[in-house]
Design a protein around this ligand. Structure first.
Ligand code: ZN
Length: 72
């Protein structure tokens, strides 16, 4: 299992629709497009998504705990 495939949700600034992106997309600062046509540039502030992927992949224990949090 690869944590970078884990998804996170964010709201479109235009239509407030919930959009699902992967941690990898955040780490890569991908520009995604909402179904309303709004382009959203993902920003990995301070490289935190990259760091999370790196740190979490190091430790299966952390991975399990993180997934439990995501499941809430
Ligand atoms: Zn939208």
């Amino acid at each position: 299992m690869d944590i970078s495939k884990q998804t996170v949700k964010l709201d479109c600034p235009e239509c407030k629709k919930s959009i699902t992106v992967t941690l990898q997309q955040v780490a890569d600062e991908t520009t995604i497009k909402c179904s309303c046509g709004q382009s959203i540039k993902l920003t990995d502030s301070n490289g935190s998504a990259k760091k999370s992927i790196r740190d979490i992949n190091k430790s299966f224990k952390s991975l399990e705990n993180t997934l439990k949090k995501f499941g809430k």
